[in-house]
Design a protein around this ligand. Structure first.
Ligand code: NDP
Length: 445
């Protein structure tokens, strides 16, 4: 790293103690920027780098609620409004017991560059809570969401900050959050949240968008080598929104996904994943992966090792951050895997990324390959603003076009800065320069 960039990193570590994931995300972006700043030194002027790593606003709040037993529970809520150069803050809400300020900060930081890559007018933000929806009744989830929104509503709005879903926040939670927002504001501001139900302002394709986009990105990478997904074996981790629709798109494109997982273990289904059964278990019954295995003779549940031990051609990490480490990357490579497209945010550790890049395989970082979700959220905002609703075909075509643009702009930037095929550098360079140019235009704010 250049001196100027190294100094910024040291400051981030000193100022944000103990926030390892945030340090990791900043390091990756700053590492990529060395060739960009060497070519365009003005990006290091005006405290631009120092400003871009500091959130514009961080909100942390108490979320008290009453469980079904009548006991008061207290969770912690977060919203980090990181950068509004390109538009209103935009990024999901995560409900998971591991959520803390450092996790939300890393996600918000990544979101700035991801959103810029989509070429839509959206800034970067992220939020959530250490609330765990697993095992909670619908009524408990509703009461939690209502309490969470009672505070969050002071800080968001269709032109200010537009949250969406992430881990633990799907259609049910967005519904409860929207209901409470509407009640507090006495206004039907459909554009305040995305990921809404189709009957009340949601966009077709939003549910599928992140998973679909991740696979479309893999397909674009393969096309640079004259290959397709047809006939390829695929390992997917996770069994939530992103994983399910990555499996669906991979199947549509002729590949055979054979794995998925949740925090209880991973499933290998050599006959190929039965998507209808997986949707029934996960989306309808809110069950665990063992419930799939119980009804599918070709599937086996593993509780030791990892999903990355399974020999495949393509790996799609779609669960959570740092779920694929250096050793697991080595196993994937040894088994002949040649394509990694990240559906999750920062799922590969720095050691894993290093292994993929040294091996010269196709590796796409999440901020590029999973940007289809937020891109379609921006399309949802556009439909809400125009009080209109597009067909599935129109929204799907827009998503496909956006993913192709992101892919091509990453390729072009990697070449421009002397690292052809380096999608990490390409994604960071494109995202950064788009945001940085606008920050310069807006002055020191
Ligand atoms: P979901 O809550 O729908 O699903 C998450 C899945 O990952 C679940 O199967 C969950 O298992 C598993 N998982 C989560 N944390 C862990 C963990 N610590 N260890 C093992 N398994 C885990 O979330 P999404 O599918 O929406 O999100 C998945 C990833 O994709 C996240 O990194 C998210 O930030 C990213 N992403 C999501 C977007 C979206 O549109 N939803 C957009 C862009 C990125 P269990 O139920 O057992 O916890």
């Amino acid at each position: 790293m250049q001196d100027v960039v190294e100094k910024v990193y040291e400051q981030v570590v000193a100022r944000n103690r103990g926030e390892a994931e945030f340090h990791q995300a900043v390091r990756e972006v700053l590492d990529s920027l060395s060739p960009v700043i060497a070519k365009h030194p003005h990006y290091a002027d005006g405290g631009l780098l120092e400003r871009i790593v500091e959130p514009e606003r961080q909100i942390m709040f108490r979320v008290p609620w009453v469980d079904d037993a009548g006991k008061v529970q207290v969770n912690r809520g977060f919203r980090i409004e990181f950068n509004s150069a390109l538009g209103p803050y935009k990024g999901g809400l995560r409900f998971h017991p591991t959520v803390n300020a450092g996790i939300i900060k890393f996600l918000g930081f990544e979101q700035i560059f991801k959103n810029a890559l989509t070429n839509q007018a959206i800034g970067g933000g992220k939020g959530g809570s250490d609330f765990d929806p697993h095992g909670r009744s619908d009524a408990e989830v509703m009461r939690f969401c209502q309490s969470f929104m009672t505070e969050l509503s002071r800080h968001i709005g269709p032109s200010t900050d537009v949250p969406a879903g992430d881990i633990g926040v799907g259609g049910r939670e967005i519904g409860y959050l929207f209901g409470q927002y509407k009640r507090l504001r006495n206004a039907y501001d459909a554009g305040v949240l995305t990921g809404k139900g189709l009957g009340w302002g949601g966009s077709l394709v939003r549910t599928e968008a992140t998973g679909y986009g991740t696979v479309l990105f893999a397909q674009s990478m393969l096309a640079t080598k004259g290959e397709t997904l047809e006939g390829k074996k695929v390992a997917v981790s996770g069994a939530g929104n992103v994983a399910i629709y990555a499996i669906e798109k991979a199947q549509q494109l002729g590949a055979t996904p054979i794995t998925f997982s949740d925090s209880s273990g991973y499933v290998v289904d050599e006959a190929g994943v039965d998507l209808d059964l997986l949707k029934q278990v996960k989306e309808v019954e809110r069950g665990r992966v063992k419930d799939y295995v119980a009804r599918r003779p070709s599937a086996k549940l593993a509780t030791s090792g990892s999903v990355w031990d399974v020999p495949v051609d393509v790996a799609l990490p779609c669960a959570t951050q740092n779920e694929l480490n250096g050793e697991q990357a080595a196993t994937l490579l040894r088994n002949g895997c040649t394509v990694i497209s990240e559906g999750a945010n920062m799922p590969s550790t720095p050691e894993a990324i290093e292994a993929f890049q040294s091996a010269g395989i196709l590796y796409a970082p999440g901020k590029a390959s999973n940007a289809g979700g937020v891109a379609t959220s921006a399309l949802e905002m556009e439909q809400n603003a125009g009080r209109t609703r597009w067909t599935f075909e129109k929204a799907d075509a827009k998503l496909t076009g956006i993913m192709a643009d992101i892919h091509d702009s990453c390729v072009a930037a990697a070449e421009e800065y002397g690292h052809p095929g380096d999608y990490v550098l390409g994604a960071n360079a494109v995202g950064f320069t788009r945001v940085a140019d606008v920050m310069i235009a807006h002055g020191i704010v």
